[in-house]
Design a protein around this ligand. Structure first.
Ligand SMILES: *Cc1c(COP(=O)(O)O)cnc(C)c1O
Length: 335
């Protein structure tokens, strides 16, 4: 399978005025922390509250008009993107998710008119159901990350960021299945070959990080995380996102649940933004001193805002929160 920046440029035409042009805003606090301009690309402001609209819209737009319907497995946001894109085209959508997906995300998908199937306790279980729907009902499966149209759609973020800041030194990208990081890295490096693109993920079940280290896709155990959007494997038969992340990312960095919690508080109290755990890992890595000191401007993608507000309220008020079998100790901001 081949993939290049021309796929991303074509995706941009498809997405124009549907899922593009989110703001890129400065973070004065983070700029002080790292001593360089620090920018936030606000994908949390997409109509579905996450960037996944871009890839889903591009994939659905490229399907033939006699398509019976679409299906996918999802940790929530891809399903929401596919549901939204299918509704716009008047297509049936069945979104398969595990019982690890927060209720707020399930509700958001149902509200868009899609059918929801909750199966098993991992992304792999949900994928089996999506594949059954393909075989039995003739639906088309849209992978959350390992699909050239999806990767191209996510990559349009890289074009937007580098066009706005051509001299960017470092771009910090939340990393799970790697569709976002792959597309963004290809786009960003096409516009500025010197930009460093770093994939960041949680240390609980970091499938792409472990796979790059091993030199081939490996399975990791899926455990609950504050960054629920970053859960799941990369597929043992990964066709595209693994090779692109391996070849285009300058590094991958891991952050802990405590570091994710602290970054969500920083974004809320300093930048007044509500964002989900998976979207703050770039800030978390910088705040935790896990990145080299930047010599030029830095940007990160605030990938989504779809979280359970009751848990968020606890988190920002310094109360303990339960994440699967882990109790994450509360911490008051600034204390
Ligand atoms: C899906 C998702 C990611 C990671 O994207 P991948 O393409 O799977 O690497 C990051 N943040 C949020 C909020 C997401 O929904």
């Amino acid at each position: 399978m081949t993939f290049s920046v021309s796929d991303i440029v074509r995706a941009r035409q498809v997405l124009r005025s549907k899922a593009d042009a989110t703001p890129l805003v400065p973070s004065p606090y983070m700029s002080r922390v790292c001593g360089q301009d620090f920018w936030l690309k606000l994908e949390n402001m997409q109509p579905i509250g996450a960037f996944k609209l871009r890839g889903a819209m591009n994939a659905v737009a490229n399907l033939p008009s006699d398509t019976k319907g679409v299906t996918c497995c999802s940790t929530g946001n891809h399903g929401r993107g596919v549901a939204y894109a299918a509704a716009k085209r008047g297509m049936r959508a069945v979104i398969c998710m595990s019982n690890m997906v927060p209720q707020a995300k399930v509700d958001g998908i149902k509200a868009l008119g899609a059918e929801v199937a909750i199966v098993g306790s991992s992304q792999d279980d949900a994928l089996v159901e999506a594949q059954r729907l393909v075989a039995d009902e003739g639906l088309v499966e849209i992978s959350p990350f390992d699909d050239p149209y999806v990767i191209a759609g996510q990559g349009t973020i890289g074009l937007e960021v580098l066009e706005a800041r051509p001299d960017l030194e470092t771009l910090l990208v939340p990393l799970s299945g790697g569709g976002l990081a792959a597309g963004v890295a290809v786009a960003a490096k096409a516009l500025n070959p010197n930009v460093r693109v770093i994939g960041i993920t949680m240390d609980r079940g970091a499938a792409m990080h472990a796979s790059i280290a091993a030199g081939h896709p490996v399975e990791v155990e899926e455990v609950a995380s504050l960054a629920d959007s970053l859960g799941g494997g990369i597929g043992m038969d990964n066709k595209l996102s693994f090779a692109l992340c391996r070849d285009y990312l300058d590094a991958t960095v891991l952050v802990s649940e405590e570091e994710i919690r602290d970054a969500m508080q920083v974004l809320f109290f300093e930048d007044r933004l509500v964002a989900e755990g998976g979207s703050v890992v770039g800030l978390a890595a910088m705040l935790a001193g896990k990145l080299p000191k930047p010599q030029g401007s830095v940007a990160t993608i605030i990938t989504g805002r779809n979280l359970d507000m009751a848990i968020f309220a606890k988190l920002v008020s310094g109360q303990d929160i339960q994440i699967g079998d882990l109790t994450l100790k509360g911490k008051s901001y600034g204390a």
